[in-house]
Design a protein around this ligand. Structure first.
Ligand code: AMP
Length: 216
């Protein structure tokens, strides 16, 4: 099965994707992580997209499509993907439908994490990401501990786009460009709306039971 996790920035998509990957036999594809890798590695693409990320704007659909084709065409990931932060607009959602068809796969469900703007700001300003293992934590709500984090604390960093000004742009971009995909998936009858304001484990319990019901 392939699954899409959507929701505004800071809704907890990365955290929940981490839990899902750990418990189900799936691979996470975060287009945001793929783009940040390009920037970190100073590639031509990285230099081209950095300003978009810093402004909280979407990078072009062509760039994203190329990244997704590489993954969907890879046998290793066949029907075992969890998309985090993709698709980000209707155009990308429609391209994804064509691509899954082309590569003989399907989208089994779309999990939409709902959360208000105030909670998002608090979550994003406390976010810490491990540059080594990719796990996401929060200084205030979900601090790294021995039981959930094995890397050295020096790897924990704040994302450069996690500042108040960019958060506002990212939220506006979500409302204008990404939110319309919700209706698209409601029409396809594969959308599950999830209250993303609850405690992490409670959210995951609900997600786990949805995914388990798809497996049976
Ligand atoms: P994220 O890590 O998902 O919060 O994404 C960080 C930034 O990467 C976004 O604010 C966009 O600038 C860019 N980005 C990530 N995914 C996409 C996508 N599917 N389409 C366009 N831009 C994206």
């Amino acid at each position: 099965m392939n699954i899409i996790l959507c929701g505004p920035p800071g809704a907890g998509k990365g955290t929940q994707a981490g839990y899902i990957v750990k418990n189900f036999n799936l691979y996470k594809v975060s287009t945001g992580d793929l783009l940040r890798d390009e920037i970190k590695n100073n590639t031509d693409l990285g230099n081209k997209i950095k300003s978009k990320l810093d402004q909280g704007l979407l990078v072009s659909d062509d760039i994203i499509n190329n990244l997704i084709v590489k993954i969907l065409s890879d046998k290793k990931y066949y029907n075992r993907l969890i998309f985090d932060g993709y698709p980000r607009n209707l155009n990308q959602a429609k391209s994804l439908d064509l691509l899954v068809k082309k590569y003989n796969q399907k989208i089994s469900c779309v999990l939409s994490l709902n959360i208000d703007k105030e909670s998002i700001i608090k979550r994003i300003l406390g976010r810490l990401v491990c540059t080594k293992c990719g796990l996401t934590f929060n200084k205030y709500f979900n601090p790294p501990q021995k039981e959930n984090y094995n890397c050295n604390l020096i790897y924990l960093k704040t994302r450069t786009d996690d500042n108040e000004k960019t958060i506002k742009n990212r939220f506006d971009t979500y409302t204008k460009k990404t939110a319309p995909i919700i209706n698209y998936y409601i029409e396809q009858k594969i959308l599950h709306e999830i209250d993303g304001t609850r405690e992490i484990n409670r959210i995951y319990d609900e997600i786990r039971s949805i995914i388990t019901s798809l497996e049976t």
